[in-house]
Each structure stands twice: as C-alpha cells, then as structure tokens.
Design a protein around this ligand. Structure first.
Ligand code: CO8
Length: 258
C-alpha cells in the first residue's frame, strides 16, 4: 500500500472519509477497514464533527470483502480471529449520522457498508449487490439482515440468492437509496444533506439516529417504547425548549447542543 487507504477532509462540521485504496475497486481489506474504523472513531470523538460522509472512488464505493485474503482461511481461523466482527462491529456503534455517497460498485461488504450508513446517496450509474453466492459464501456483514429490512424480503432474496446487482434507480424505488444524482454530483449532494443535518442540535440528532435504528432491532412494541422514552427524555434538553419556543415565537431556533 503506497498511500493511506483512507483520506479525511473536515469542513463546516462535516467530515468526508474517502476509501482510497491502491485498487480503485476498493476491496475492503483489513487494513482499509481498520483505517476506516479509526477514522470514524476520531470523527465520533471530535466535537467539531457533526456528520460523517463515507465515499469511495469513481469506480467503486467498495467492491466487497478482500476475496483474495479469504482463500487460505479455515473455519477455525475465521472463528478465532472473529473475522469481520473484530472491526466491523465498531462501525455500527458510531453515534453521529453517517451518509454513504456511492459511485460505481457497492458489492458484498461494500453494499453492507452502505447499509450500515444512515442515509445512502447514489450516482445514477451506481449498482448495489450481494454477489457472495457466486463465490459460494453468504453475506457476512449484515446483508441477510439489513437488506430485507431495506428493500423487503422478495427483492433481498432475489439479490442474495442470484447474486445479481440492482441499479441505483431500483435501489431507490426499493428504499435502499434516499436520493439519486448524476455521478459527478454525488459528493456535493451528500454534503448538502450533511450540512442540513449539521445545523440541528447534535443530541437531538443522536437521539433520532438511535431511535430509528432501534426500529430495525427487536419487536415493534419495544421500538415504540424506546422511542417514547427518548422523546420524553428530550424534555430535559435546553435545545428542545429552544426549538419549540422558537416555533411559537415565529423565529429561527438557536441550538446550544445541550
Ligand atoms: N477483493 C479482492 N480483489 C478484488 C475484489 C475484491 N472484492 N474485487 C476486485 N478485485 C481485484 C480483481 O481481482 C482484480 O485484481 P487483479 O488485477 O490482480 O486480477 C482487480 O481488482 C480488478 O478487478 P476486475 O478485473 O475483476 O475488474 P472489472 O472491472 O472487470 O470487474 C467487478 C469489476 C465487477 C467489481 C469485479 O471485480 C468483481 O466482481 N469483484 C468481486 C465482487 C464481489 O464478489 N464482492 C463480494 C466479495 S465477498 C464479500 O464482500 C463478503 C462480505 C463479508 C463481510 C465484509 C468483510 C469485509
């Protein structure tokens, strides 16, 4: 690896983390994922960062796990090393909003990484797929769990069982992608959304992310109760008072993150 596999740029509360492997298809090697996880941890801890955008190259957000590294692995190796779990679990623990800005291929672990983000913005020629079945493996970083929640059982089954990718417009119609723009505008569109979020109260944004994510875990009743408790807890926030007071006074709110 001749250069850092991950580049960071922080501007106006938004950090863009770019996967920038030597290979523009961005295979998710351990080195890349470790660098991404370290970068996300820095962003989560940095009070100047309010929203994170993850992007890849023009050709690929990421073309999946490093298939070449899997060749010599036995079950014992994979289990003992906690393969995938070791570093991937950290991604889902990031508390600040994550936006995936996807150009080109988002395949296998690349599609799973996009689905671990809170919002997915795609270029018009992007493709999303879980081609693991073609390699004789199953998705390993949430593809069988997050994909059906994102696109419904039937399409998720088709994608996972055939290995065939879907287009950006199919992904948008199915709910995997929130917005499609011309390829060259992906990062700008993701930044615009990030900037809109960055203007809001950080604890409120964090609570919304936690609550929405809770809707994907466990039973609906439990998720609704979790949401209600966080909603009630919001009455302890100064920003909540400010937001609703500003509305009644017909003025813009001034949030203090407390
Ligand atoms: N891993 C390792 N190397 C890769 C990968 C990959 N995922 N994808 C491409 N490469 C390499 C190729 O081997 C090739 O290397 P070399 O020049 O040394 O032969 C180079 O990148 C260029 O690739 P191609 O010549 O194939 O480029 P094309 O433009 O013809 O095709 C494709 C692009 C369609 C993206 C094609 O490369 C492809 O199908 N790649 C594999 C996609 C895939 O199967 N992804 C799923 C992998 S399995 C997975 O993700 C399991 C998830 C588990 C959890 C996540 C853990 C990280």
């Amino acid at each position: 690896m001749s250069h850092s596999p991950v580049k960071e740029e922080l501007r106006d509360g938004v950090v863009v983390i770019q996967l920038a492997s030597d290979n523009p298809l961005n295979p998710l090697t351990d080195v890349v994922v470790d660098a991404l996880v370290a970068s996300l941890a820095r962003a989560d801890a940095n009070p100047e960062v309010r929203v994170v955008v993850i992007t890849g190259s023009e050709r690929a957000f990421a073309a999946g796990a490093d298939v070449k590294a899997m060749v010599p692995l036995s079950f014992g190796d994979a289990f003992q090393q906690n393969y995938i779990g070791r570093n991937w679990d950290a991604i889902q623990r990031v508390r600040k909003p994550l936006i995936a800005a996807v150009r080109g291929y988002a395949l296998g672990g690349g599609c799973e990484l996009a689905m671990m983000c809170d919002i997915v913005v795609a270029g018009d020629t992007a493709t999303f797929g879980q081609p693991e079945v073609l390699l004789g493996i199953i998705p390993g970083a949430g593809g069988t769990q997050r994909l059906p929640r994102a696109v419904g059982k039937s399409l998720a089954m088709r994608m996972c069982l055939t290995g065939e990718p879907i287009t950006a417009s199919e992904a948008q119609a199915a709910g995997l992608v929130s917005q499609i723009v011309p390829d060259e505008d992906v990062l700008a569109a993701a930044r615009d959304t990030a900037q809109a979020i960055a203007r809001h109260s950080l604890p409120v944004v964090t609570a919304i992310k936690e609550a929405v994510n809770r809707s994907f875990e466990g039973a609906l009743g439990e998720g609704l109760l979790f949401e209600r408790r966080l909603f009630q807890a919001g009455f302890a926030l100064r920003d909540q008072k400010e937001g609703i007071t500003a509305f009644t006074e017909r003025r813009a709110p001034s949030f203090a993150d407390e």
